[in-house]
Ligand binder design. Structure first.
Ligand code: ADP
Ligand code: ADP
Length: 232
């Protein structure tokens, strides 16, 4: 089944003479329970595509569907709920709240949705991210790798259908990067979630089921199988 799809997706920044066409007619289907990587040179539109698929940014034209929902037809309330309840986003700069502890940061999406944490689930995630002894630290007291793992745990905790990750290993050494990729892999294999990751790193892409290549806002190639898992 298709988790998210785009058809004839165009995204321009600015208007008139100075407009930049970041996405120039993207057709793509992201399948459920798959780990998909989006690769391409800097400026090719990877982050923009991720933001559009995650309903964080609206297209200039074309259509994005989340499951069967056409995003353009959702009310603002429904869009907000979709972002909160069905989407997890791991930002490049981690986006942790500096005044909150690791534990509070991780539980923030649940708190915002007015949901109580499932203690067993929380413990399982903390175990997987290896942060049990860092829960009461604030972001500034954590290494880059630990901060990124907090961001991953935060994206996992509300069990969103789809996790979008923008260069999740970008600032990490290979050990910490491997841990983060392992977690995302686990989200797919053990927790049945769907993961879409932007990366520059061919080694990172090796953990995925499928790689989609972008250049100048277009899809120029693809590796792996669009529906079967574990092919790469
Ligand atoms: P990538 O993630 O592959 O590096 P981006 O999606 O960030 O590519 O950017 C694609 C193009 O759109 C680039 O030319 C970039 O400069 C431009 N762009 C991205 N975000 C903005 C923005 N907020 N305003 C103007 N131009 C932007
Ligand atoms: P990436 O490293 O994924 O390519 P960027 O560094 O291009 O991401 O973008 C980081 C932020 O800056 C994003 O919020 C993006 O929208 C914004 N941005 C990127 N290019 C431009 C631009 N040319 N003008 C204004 N904002 C931009």
């Amino acid at each position: 089944q298709v988790a998210v799809s785009a058809s004839a997706l165009v995204k321009e920044y600015g208007t008139g003479e100075s407009a930049t066409r970041a996405l120039d007619g993207i057709d793509v289907q992201i399948f459920q329970r798959q780990f998909t990587a989006i690769m391409g040179p800097s400026g090719s539109g990877k982050s923009t595509l991720l933001h559009c698929l995650a309903a964080l940014d609206g297209p200039t034209s074309g259509e994005v569907r989340f499951g069967t929902d056409d995003l353009a037809r959702l009310s603002d309330n429904k869009l907000t709920r979709l972002r909160r309840e069905r989407v997890g986003f791991i930002f490049q700069g981690f986006n942790l709240v500096p005044t909150l502890t690791a534990r509070e940061n991780i539980l923030l999406p649940l708190a915002m949705a007015g949901r109580k944490p499932d203690t067993h689930w929380f413990d399982q995630i903390i175990d997987a991210v290896g942060l049990a002894d860092r829960l009461h630290h604030r972001p500034a007291q954590l290494s880059g790798g630990q901060q990124q793992r907090v961001a991953c745990a935060r994206a996992l905790v509300a069990r969103p259908e789809v996790i979008f990750a923008d260069e999740p290993t970008g600032n990490l050494d290979s050990v910490a990067g491997g841990q983060v990729l392992g977690l995302l892999r686990q989200a797919v294999d053990d927790f049945g979630q769907t993961v879409v990751m932007v990366t520059h790193d061919a080694a990172a892409a090796g953990h995925t089921d499928r790689v989609v290549f972008l250049s100048d806002g277009r899809i120029v190639g693809e590796m792996g199988h669009p529906t079967a898992a574990g092919v790469l």
